[in-house]
Design a protein around this ligand. Structure first.
Ligand SMILES: Cc1ncc(COP(=O)(O)O)c(C=O)c1O
Length: 450
């Protein structure tokens, strides 16, 4: 361990002790929750060692834990809460829906209006609804397979697309399991996935057209689609190199395969129109969830009408709660009344100030890292150079993150446990919230440098 690692370890030990002394209610709730839920949490991504901080309430840019500690929320529900907590417009839409019927399993006018807004905002010809990012990517892959009449798919090493079997490969493979740079392994992230599924999922590196090109040359006539996050957001943030996304589209189309963007995280966060707007490449299909529904569990996917048309001719796509009026009302209010063009100008300003503040703090104290600024999203990665792909992420320093997390939590900044995550800013965040983040981060860099 180097000197920086030793200091990070000492900071983590002291800060964790302080965090645990402030959160006895979370510890007690964790012990209780262990009896009713595996790992004491509703989703494994919410687990943390030795126990997660349990929340009670959110309002505006703040959250309160069960012990009454207030913190400014930069986790924002894995990026769903760009509207901030309990936004009056979203509350009003949900309230109205609650009073007029939350579910019919029949199409409603609000669902049609929400579909139209999604098409307009993301440049899709047609959309269909789902209830989570997982369902959206699962349906998009089904439709891509149906439209091409092919069975194999390609994904990017180090990308997460939800927890259905066909994409749960090489999400965070250990360096001993990931295979060669030119032929990444298809390694399952979970037990319980039939071995045969791996035969249909092929893995390639991000920001690299050569490996994909070789795969397509070998078996392009059997590949239905490549699904990828156009900007990777489950290993910090990895931006596409200029020309990469268009290069993918050209290569795939040359072989009759489709390009599917997973915009579950980037949609409505990195720009009003997501990565399609920011990077200027339109895929054949795209998937959206998280931020589009203002903190309610909705999702959608869509794109070319001829591809989506396979749903009318045999590709099954359904779900009891798809396009439900409660979620549609929340989503419609979110996109049309809250996440307006002005909102993105505001988010861009806050985000840039936050990223610049973090970059300055690291530079002043000689901390090896860089900050990424991408609309409502951004992050610090503890590696001086920007990342190009998953293997670069393995060069970052989780030991620094393990110290910065409790440091922030003890100073009123609520962050996602896990160095693969990024911050999300909401329209209810203020300059004072950004100052709060930068101040504690400067303090952290100073303490690390001592
Ligand atoms: C890029 C991406 N795709 C898909 C998903 C799955 O979404 P959900 O958790 O709503 O099923 C996630 C979740 O974090 C994600 O980050």
């Amino acid at each position: 361990m180097d000197a920086l690692g030793t200091r990070a370890g000492k900071i983590a030990a002291g800060e964790n002790t302080a965090l645990w002394s402030r959160t006895p209610g979370s510890k007690a709730l964790y012990e209780r929750a262990l009896r009713s839920m595996p790992m004491g949490v509703p989703s494994s991504f919410q687990a943390w060692d030795p126990y997660p901080v349990y929340l009670r309430e959110g309002k505006g840019s703040s959250v309160w834990d069960v012990d009454g500690n207030e913190r400014t929320d930069f986790h924002n529900g894995f990026g769903c809460m760009v509207v901030g907590h309990a936004h009056p417009k979203v509350v009003e839409a949900i309230d109205r829906a609650a009073r007029t019927g939350t579910h019919f399993a029949a199409p409603t006018d609000v669902t049609v209006a929400f579909a139209e807004e999604l098409c307009r905002r993301f440049g899709a010809e047609q959309v269909r609804f789902a209830n989570s990012g997982t369902e959206a990517t699962m349906s998009a892959i089904r439709v891509a397979r149906a439209a091409t009449g092919r069975e194999h798919i390609v994904k990017i090493e180090g990308s997460y697309h939800g927890h259905h079997d066909q994409v749960m490969f090489s999400v965070v493979p250990g360096s001993d399991l990931m295979g060669g740079r030119d032929a990444p392994a298809t390694h399952p992230m979970s037990t319980g996935i039939p071995k045969a599924v791996a035969d249909y999922t092929h893995v390639v590196p991000f920001n690299d057209l050569t490996v994909l090109g070789a795969l397509l040359d070998e078996m392009g006539d059997r590949i239905a689609c490549l699904i990828l996050e156009p900007v990777m957001m489950n290993i910090g943030i990895v931006q596409p190199q200029p020309g990469y996304l268009q290069g993918l589209k050209d290569l795939l189309h040359k072989h009759g395969a489709l390009l599917v963007f997973d915009e579950v995280k980037s949609g409505a966060t990195v720009a009003a129109g997501g990565a399609v707007e920011r990077y200027g490449v339109t895929p054949d299909l795209a998937c959206w969830a998280k931020a589009i529904c203002g903190g309610t569990p909705g999702a959608a996917f869509g794109g070319r009408a001829d591809v989506m048309g396979t749903i009318a001719t045999g590709a099954a796509q359904q779900g009891t709660f798809n396009g439900n009026p409660l979620i549609s009302a929340a989503g419609l209010a979110t996109l049309t009344e809250v996440l307006t063009p002005d909102a993105y100008t505001y988010l861009d300003g806050l985000g840039t100030r936050l990223a610049e503040g973090c970059a300055k703090a690291m530079a002043e104290h000689g901390i090896p890292g860089h900050a990424v600024d991408l609309g409502a999203k951004g992050c610090v990665s503890y590696r001086p150079e920007p990342l190009q792909n998953y293997r670069d992420f393995l060069d970052t320093r989780p030991d620094l993150y393990l110290a910065s997390y409790p440091w922030a939590m003890n100073r009123g900044v609520y962050m996602t446990p896990g160095d693969e995550e990024q911050w999300t800013i909401s329209v209810q965040h203020t300059d004072a919230d950004i100052d709060r983040y930068i101040e504690q981060f400067e303090g952290f860099c100073g303490a690390l440098a001592q």
